[in-house]
Design a protein around this ligand. Sequence first.
Ligand code: TXA
Ligand code: MG
Length: 331
Amino acid sequence: MVPERDIARAVAALQAGDVIGLPTETVYGLAGDASNPAAIARIFAVKGRPASHPVIVHVPGAEHMARWARDIPPAATQLAARFWPGPLTLVLPRQPAVLDAVTGGQDTVALRVPSHPVALAVLRAFDGGLAAPSANRYGHVSPTTADHVRDDLGGEVALVLDGGPSHVGLESTIVACLDGTVRVLRPGRVTRTDIQAVVGPLHDATTAVPRVPGSVASHYAPRTPVELVDAAQLPATLATHAAAGRRVALLTPGDGQSGEAREDSGVRARVDVHAHLTAADTPDGYGRELYAHLRRLDRAGADTIVVVRPPDGDLWLAIHDRLRRAATPRA
Ligand code: TXA
Ligand code: MG
């Protein structure tokens, strides 16, 4: 765990307008004071992210909601009570004082109380809102370890708090509670079923309003092209790449023998792949490891990353969403 003096250093850096790498249970964030325009500008500069993209404001507890949001509907209060601290972000009507740089100029603000003990300790000591997008360069795979943050943003952040590997490993579920509707804007570990159990039937997410730039199709992508295939297609896919002399890095779903990633399994013996990782066979394990796997395969020096689709179902939805985005070519 992170020593108390490092928490104090982090809070001092944030109060001075610096940005830090902050562990959360979903992914690591690039955090700065959400009330300080210079800190927000620094976040966008470090990430290389378009300024029109809104960022999530992290707060120490639900009692901070009214400082940032107004006309908070009962559904939002219920969802906060059920899932905070945790991997859920609520999009609500904003308070007028919230910086346009935080909201992307929209009438809404996104709020989350993370459950990671280090994030909570920093937020409680800071006693304000921390704007924090994922601590990766724009469009790259989100970081789930302190090393991932240093790899992407190393010299540009005041410090990176090392809270160990992110337990969830996928970005938070984003739910908009606006105009009397409840809509899922980004799937995550908190599923539609989980949300419906609290607030009843959901409205369908429309793509346009509010804008969710994280839903840009090619987000979360490694540099090596990613190809998503069904297990039945794998032999033909590998044969095609082999015939073309292309080097393949392969991610296959777990076979039920171990929840942990293993370096190799039977597939490699049968086909000539450059690198091969086997994912966990549970959605929790798969989600926790996915980004670390993609980063490793990205570094393998292959021409293409082939990912064999994991199982379907509500609990796998967020994983399929991120895999689809990783496999979408950049514009
Ligand atoms: O798990 C997470 O949510 C992580 C950790 C660090 O908390 N953060 C994260 O932030 O994924 P970022 O910036 O990479 O993605 C935030 C998403 C973006 O898709 C953004 O468009 C959306 O939240 N968002 C932020 N404010 C919004 C708003 N007012 N209305 C609609 N979408 C918003
Ligand atoms: Mg992101």
